[in-house]
Write a protein of this length. Structure first.
Lengths: 322, 284
């Protein structure tokens, strides 16, 4: 752990008028890791990214990116970062290639190098065919990819992605996930914000759950799920079965709490560390003359995590947090 | 060049002043090129320096011209072309306002601000490109003016001084446009505001008609209108009919000085406002 973190945030505060958009936020992102900041709208995610990308000044606390303080050394920070996101910052009249070359040249790359890198990025992001068309003609997914490519032209150490797939169709979203994974595997430190639970689950090594400007939980996707509670065992019985009688049987023999779902013919038991639960459930029911159709172990989804931690559901967080 | 004032102080980078200026100039070059690509892709953006002056010239020489009689006589065709110079130069301001408002809305200014580039280059690049399009506007007015019988009757250096004053006025007005665009940050509002300010500025001036027949309160405004002073300067420097010369008020007696005074005053007000607005954290 000798290496300093790529991003270090300590007690960060950002006040807009009477709103504390970020309210004592702490975060540490190791070099080369991919961290998702997960939270509902208004949790302070975008404000955090804007501060880290030197677009907003912190009202309190401290934020370091690539070893430099964002408040006192913004110019240095800008040399180490790339930023892309929901509000694509691309020029509609320029072609895809011209956009990339412009960002490269403004980042002080020599013209020939900017052109060279632009060509490589266009190939890698599968935009070659559209490269010389004005970006006005691009689809949403293509625009988002070009925006990401523009943020990569300086080969930044740290990449900020503000809701990179919000508003994309499922296919474009998968493509974006693949690109983000590849960038992460190539060693770029990535901090992305998302309101999609599955996105954090799919991409991130670690997740910071934020609500009201604070990190309320931190850990790997699996750690977070465990924190909320263990897995549950779902037993499906045939329609002819007497669910209440079967539940009583299990309560008596296994001394477990059993929930009955009459509509879906399901019994649900908490699956604790003890092994062999599934076998014992089947044996007990078989001995009682109850037929079993299906037994499934279901691990909690991040939806459950979100609900438990924030006290409000994921539905409130985004229109279609699938 | 006043735009140099925008270069960010470099308390953090160890670069020398000269290399910062060179990087600034390169950034300005890259961004002016960007604005020029916009114009090539969407030539309608050039309407205010091409179609609009042609329309005005045709409208005022062939449609209204015959109904307008200049105090003390004089050729109206020769009279009105200098007015169209003034209008075309002032007309750049709405373009700058709408362009900057668009840049803010599209989020591209945020991209620029996250790059290790000169911060002032965004405004300076826009204004440089605008000055280049203003030069195009100047050529268009000269061409269409010559076609309807406008001529200069003075020495080349006087004519050049007239063009220089017109461009200076354009540059100062562009800063006013920049401030409006940054303040409103919405292309539609910028367009509406430009119309509300610019339309009276055109018509309460000496661009199309001599001031002598206006009611006093309106005439005082028209006499001090910078568009009137730049128009009167051009008339004087091109040797065109200039009935304003017989009006004994300071701006029309010394139109060149008044124009320079106006340009400086506009920049003293709008350069700091634009820079201040541009440095705000949240532009929207």
């Amino acid at each position: 752990m000798g290496e300093p973190p790529a991003i270090l945030v300590e007690g960060l505060v950002k006040v807009y008028g009477k709103t504390r958009a970020v309210d004592g936020l702490d975060l540490e992102v190791a070099k080369g890791s991919l961290v998702a900041v997960l939270g509902p709208n208004g949790a302070g995610k975008t404000t955090l990214i804007r501060i880290l990308a030197t677009l907003a000044k912190p009202s309190g606390g401290r934020a370091m990116v690539a070893g430099c303080d964002v408040a006192s050394h913004p110019a240095q920070v800008r040399r180490s970062i790339g930023i892309a996101g929901q509000s694509e910052s691309i020029d509609e009249y320029l072609t895809g290639r011209q956009n990339l070359v412009m960002v490269g040249e403004l980042s002080r790359l020599p013209g020939s190098e900017a052109k060279h890198r632009a060509t490589n990025l266009l190939v890698r992001f599968e935009l070659t065919e559209a490269a010389d068309r004005p970006t006005k003609t691009y689809s949403g997914g293509m625009r988002r990819k070009l925006d990401l490519a523009a943020s990569m032209i300086t080969q930044p150490e740290v990449l900020f992605l503000d809701e990179p797939t919000t508003g994309l169709d499922p296919r474009a979203r998968m493509g974006m996930w693949q690109l983000i994974r590849e960038l992460g595997e190539a060693g770029t430190t990535i901090l992305l914000t998302t309101q999609y639970l599955d996105e954090a689950d799919q991409l991130a090594h670690n997740i910071a759950v934020v609500d009201s400007g604070k990190v309320i939980a931190w850990g790997s996707p699996n750690q977070l799920k465990t924190q909320v509670g263990g897995a549950v065992l779902e037993v499906t019985l045939p329609e002819s079965a007497d669910l209440e009688e079967a539940a009583a049987l299990l309560r008596r023999d296994l001394s477990k709490s059993v929930t009955v779902d009459q509509r879906r013919y399901k019994l649900t038991l908490p699956s604790t560390e003890q092994t062999g639960l599934a076998t014992r459930v089947i044996r007990t029911l078989d001995a009682g003359g109850v037929l079993v159709d299906d037994v499934t172990v279901r691990r909690p989804a991040l939806d459950d995590v979100f609900m438990t931690l924030t006290g409000h559901g994921a539905e409130e967080a985004g229109e279609d947090a699938a | 060049m006043s735009a140099l004032a925008v270069v960010e102080p470099t308390h953090t980078t160890g670069e020398s002043g000269l290399s910062r200026i060179l990087w600034f100039l390169k950034d300005v070059f890259v961004l002016s090129r960007r604005s020029l690509v916009h114009v090539i892709r969407d030539p309608a953006q050039l309407a205010d320096v091409t179609i609009q002056p042609i329309m005005f010239v045709v409208l005022f020489t062939f449609v209204f011209g015959s109904a307008i009689h200049l105090p003390g006589g004089g050729n109206y065709h020769e009279y009105v072309v200098a007015g169209i110079f003034g209008i075309t130069m002032g007309g750049a301001a709405p373009g700058v306002a709408v362009g900057l408002a668009n840049d803010i809305q599209s989020g591209i200014i945020d991209r620029f601000r996250s790059l290790p580039m000169s911060r002032g280059a965004v405004l300076a690049g826009r204004l440089t490109a605008d000055l280049l399009t203003a030069c195009l506007g100047l050529l268009v007015v000269v061409a269409v003016g010559l076609a309807v019988g406008w001529r200069v009757h003075t020495a080349p250096q006087d004519v050049a001084a007239g063009f220089a004053l017109a461009l200076l006025f354009n540059y100062a007005m562009s800063w006013a446009g920049a401030a409006a665009g940054l303040w409103l940050h919405n292309p539609e509002s910028a367009q509406a505001m430009a119309f509300v300010v610019f339309f009276p500025m055109i018509f309460v001036s000496n661009a199309f008609v001599a001031l002598q027949n206006m009611p006093v309160w309106l005439r005082v405004i028209a006499e001090w209108n910078p568009l009137s002073t730049v128009t009167a300067s051009c008339r004087e420097l091109f040797g065109n009919p200039n009935p304003g010369a017989s009006v004994h008020v300071w701006p029309l007696q010394h139109p060149e000085l008044a124009t320079i005074f106006w340009a400086i005053a506009l920049m003293l007000v709008f350069v700091p406002i634009s820079i201040g607005l541009y440095r705000r954290e949240n532009l929207t």
